[in-house]
Design a protein around this ligand. Structure first.
Ligand code: ZN
Length: 256
């Protein structure tokens, strides 16, 4: 293993343990998954059935982009066909089976500037995403305070509920591609209705920050509901924070 790969592996394990911490309520048991790009051809992703909290080196599977990206445009597949594709995507066939969500990880890691992906099922975020469309749209499309914009971007992608696996990966790609066309940059946070959150970024630090800030925002959103509901910043105020040079400097210093 090269030094660079060893470094990325250690960093991804640290992110996985941070996201799996029981006190944070982001993921428990086998929930959630993480990944990072190794090079132009391969990426590391959490093995199926492993836990973020105590993920080990041998539970990160190296997969080939070329084996998984075609599934984003494939006709509906049977569970057996998906399983076969996942197993065949491994660089080393002695490694365990990659997570069924490896297909959306491959998609995000193929976007320019995105090298790390973290997917979790956070308690407060899911309280909103399980509360119906109106609350989910408000949470995804509005912003409540400046640091939410700094860590989570000016807007999140919202993906309606579909079956986890290739169908979900295809829906995620569709909604994210639309966002990139409209906003001219990738999102930081993707919200999956009745399911959970995906944070993407250039570093493990930016993925952890986006996840923790989204969960903090969700708690504030839920807290405000007892006082009549959270009031979002105006689009002008959101755009102002999003473009302030001092906020960009802060993002750079915090490696966000
Ligand atoms: Zn999930």
């Amino acid at each position: 293993m090269s030094l660079v790969t060893a470094d990325k592996l250690a960093s991804l394990l640290k992110l996985s343990h941070d996201l799996g911490r029981e006190d944070r309520g982001l993921a428990m048991l086998g929930e959630g998954n993480t990944s990072c790009r190794v090079d132009a051809d391969t990426f590391l992703v959490k093995a199926s059935g492993s836990s973020l909290a105590n993920l080990q080196e041998n539970q990160l599977v190296a997969c080939r982009f070329s084996a998984l990206l075609p599934l984003l445009r494939a006709e509906p597949m049977t569970d057996a066909e998906v399983e076969k594709a996942l197993l065949e995507s491994r660089v080393d066939p002695t490694q365990p089976k990659p997570s069924v969500e490896a297909v959306f990880h491959a998609y995000f890691l193929s976007l320019p500037g995105i090298d790390v992906v973290g997917h979790t099922h956070p308690v407060a975020v899911n309280s909103i995403l399980c509360a119906g469309e109106a609350a989910s749209i408000k949470f995804a499309h509005e912003r409540r305070f400046p640091d939410e914009i700094v860590c989570c971007g000016a807007k999140s992608v919202l993906v309606p509920y579909v079956d986890p696996g290739t169908i979900l990966a295809q829906k995620i790609m569709l909604e994210t591609d639309q966002f990139i066309t409209a906003e001219n940059r990738p999102p930081r946070v993707i919200l999956l209705q009745n399911h959970g959150l995906i944070a993407i970024g250039a570093t493990t630090g930016s993925v952890l920050a986006a996840t923790l800030m989204a969960e903090k925002t969700a708690r504030i959103f839920l807290g405000s509901a007892t006082l009549g509901g959270a009031v979002g910043l105006t689009p002008q105020n959101v755009a102002r924070i999003d473009s302030r040079p001092d906020e960009h400097y802060r993002q750079k210093m915090l490696k966000l």
